[in-house]
Ligand binder design. Structure first.
Ligand code: B1M
Length: 213
């Protein structure tokens, strides 16, 4: 198989045998982010498709997630870093009921490589925990991630709870369950602060930079 297809197939097959040497070869041709957003994401999309058709079980999807995480961990030291003073503090969380964290952790890497101090609260984070963290950390923005359809609704609830706790810092939302339209029609009316949608981690960085300026 050509290199790009091999990279996608590590994710689909959930195997790490040969992965690291191939990542190193790929880095002679592509940037770390191009590798993640290209062949590795393509593999993940295929995993999602097969899982949807019941051709993969959760345990196998977990193996694929491990390959994705190992790849990101290997590529991370080679990503471009901006040596700057801290531009701002951002809390990140995957919303209550949702365990998907690969995308959120990618957002953390991109933001922290570009001058942001990140407080990553992890997965299945209930609104109360976010409220407590915001009171403690006084972050400049809160980032919510979610991949399940029900996570979109959970973001609305979270935004309402934050508002009821008198929090109005900008919220950035992202994850496969959402679209740009969602933030316009669903979250904004529920929240006093800005709610911005990022389709991927780089767009998340652009939004953060705009917010801080
Ligand atoms: Co699950 N899963 N999963 N899963 N899983 C999906 C999301 C699904 C679409 C698969 C499918 O059926 N086709 C489906 C959701 C269906 C729906 O709700 N409509 C699904 C399901 C059903 C489930 C379970 C319910 C399965 C079960 O148990 N029966 C279960 C849910 C458990 C729960 O959450 N309570 C479950 C579990 C799992 C695993 C644990 C096995 C594993 C996750 C491991 C982990 O994250 N640690 C897993 C995986 C890997 C997937 C798929 C295959 C891949 C997700 C992924 O990591 N993508 C996924 C199908 C798919 O998306 N193709 C699927 C790579 C990642 C880099 O992309 O997270 O989208 P993503 O992040 C992107 C952008 O969205 C954006 O930036 C990133 C790229 O730069 N982004 C942000 C994300 N967050 C952001 C935040 C921002 C800004 C941008 O600002 C704050």
């Amino acid at each position: 198989l050509p290199l790009e297809e091999r990279l996608a197939s590590y994710v689909v097959e959930g195997t790490k045998e040969g992965l690291i040497p191939d990542l190193d070869v790929a880095m002679q041709k592509y940037s770390p982010l191009e590798i993640i957003n290209g062949p590795l994401m393509k593999g993940m999309e295929e995993v999602g498709r097969l899982f949807n058709k019941n051709e993969l079980i959760v345990a196998e999807v977990l193996q694929s997630a491990e390959v994705m995480k190992a790849s990101v961990a290997h590529l991370e030291p080679f990503m471009e870093k901006e040596e700057s003073s801290v531009k701002g503090k951002i809390i990140l969380a995957t919303v209550k009921g949702d365990v998907h964290d690969i995308g959120k952790n990618l957002v953390e890497i991109i933001l922290s490589n570009n001058g942001y101090h990140i407080v990553n609260l992890g997965i299945k984070v209930p609104p109360e925990q976010l409220i407590e963290a915001q009171r403690r950390e006084k972050a400049d923005a809160i980032g919510l991630s979610g991949l399940l359809v029900k996570s979109a609704q959970q973001m609305v609830i979270t935004a309402q709870d934050l508002r009821n706790a008198d929090i109005d810092v900008p919220i950035m939302v992202g994850g496969a369950a959402l679209t740009r339209k969602f933030t316009k029609t669903r979250i904004i009316p529920e929240y006093d602060g800005l709610v911005l949608y990022a389709k991927d981690a780089m767009e998340g960085l652009d939004l953060a930079n705009k917010l801080m300026n």
